[in-house]
Design a protein around this ligand. Structure first.
Ligand code: SF4
Ligand code: SF4
Length: 93
């Protein structure tokens, strides 16, 4: 399942969590700590998409290419995404 993470005023970080192999490379490479790590699911999640520098390093280092960073475009905001579909850790923090 592909999940879209955004607070609707920020860049969108799209992660295919089924394709993800949990290598943690995106988490280790994100220099602004946007990509966080969910120890429970062993999968990444973005904490503050609005602070993403759109450097695309997480996309580049991902061995299975399951992350896509979509820069904010004020003219094409992402569709609202059901809150219950977010990973628990993202909602709680
Ligand atoms: S694009 Fe850069 S700043 Fe944004 S989440 Fe990926 S590694 Fe972090
Ligand atoms: S780099 Fe890709 S495969 Fe590795 S944890 Fe991040 S999203 Fe998953």
């Amino acid at each position: 399942m592909t999940r879209f993470f955004s607070n609707y005023t920020a860049h969108v970080i799209k992660i295919d969590l089924e394709k993800c192999v949990g290598c943690k490379k995106c988490y280790n490479t994100c220099h602004v700590d946007v990509i966080r790590w969910d120890e429970k699911s062993k999968r990444p999640f973005p904490k503050y998409p609005e602070e993403c520098a759109t450097c695309n390093w997480c996309e580049i280092v991902c061995p299975v290419k399951c992350i896509e960073v979509i820069p904010r475009n004020p003219w094409r905001m992402p569709e609202p995404y059901p809150k219950e579909e977010y990973p628990l850790s993202y909602v709680e923090k």
